[in-house]
Design a protein around this ligand. Structure first.
Ligand code: UGY
Ligand code: MN
Length: 234
């Protein structure tokens, strides 16, 4: 459809909203049978890189020089000996390629590791979102958080899913030192970023710089769910 130059995407000093109509696909060095949509990275002032990798069956993402977290959005991938289906995730600090068993899509987070004195470096792990414990945020059963990365000071970032029942909202406007990369997985609502309010829906990506004022309320008849990165433990 002709959009006549209209998009919900926005680029502001302290945040980005990137909607799928503005995604540009390009291969990253060493990718085969795969392309990436780079949502945010050092080019925009972020201390991590987040992209969506889209694979043909047999596609390949080469090892990264950085620690890497992969969350499968659809299809089946392998990381070493691990097979990862939709909702599965994998973390490693070691250089490791990702291969696609089927046509697949994944969100990928890469970050230079920030060690802490006298704290051991983290080991490789994988898991499944559904199998992670779900906890109410601030005692609100309508807002559930699953922490995908172990609560362990060796990790310098966190990745959580947050699920809001229709009408549920963050209890406060947050303003904090951590930055966020956020991918809307399901449903939608209104995101306040800085001094703007945006309608957002599944497939949208948001980056929030440190101290970006932020709030979300879910709208619609189905739950809203997002995957959210933040720098953590440092
Ligand atoms: O973990 C967080 O900071 C989270 N509550 N932020 C957010 O949902 N925008
Ligand atoms: Mn936050």
């Amino acid at each position: 459809m002709q959009q006549l130059g209209f998009t919900r995407s926005a680029h502001c000093a302290d945040h980005i909203l990137q909607t799928p109509d503005t995604f540009v696909h390009a291969p990253l060095p060493g990718m085969r049978g795969a392309t990436a949509v780079v949502h945010v990275g050092p080019a925009r002032g972020a201390k991590f890189t987040q992209y969506t990798a889209e694979f043909e069956a047999g596609g390949h993402l080469p090892p990264s020089e950085f620690q890497r977290f992969v969350y499968v959005l659809e299809g089946e991938l392998t990381a070493g000996t691990k097979t990862l289906a939709q909702g599965h995730f994998h973390y490693t600090k070691l250089p490791m390629a990702i291969a696609a068993k089927t046509k697949a899509r994944a969100t990928v987070i890469e970050k230079p590791y920030q060690p802490l004195p006298a704290v051991a470096h983290p080991s490789e792990f994988s898991g499944q979102e559904k199998a992670c414990a779900s906890e109410a945020l601030d005692g609100n059963p309508a807002l559930q958080v699953r922490r995908l990365i172990p609560a362990d000071a060796s990790f310098d970032f966190a990745v959580n899913t947050m699920t809001f029942q229709p009408g549920a909202a963050l209890s406060m406007v947050e303003m904090h030192v951590m930055e966020h990369g956020l991918l809307m997985l399901e449903g939608g609502g209104i995101y306040r970023l800085g001094d703007r309010w945006y309608p957002v829906t599944a497939g949208d990506f948001i980056w929030m710089a440190p101290y970006c004022p932020q709030w979300f309320g879910a709208i619609g008849e189905t739950p809203a769910k997002y995957l959210i990165y933040k720098d953590w433990n440092r």
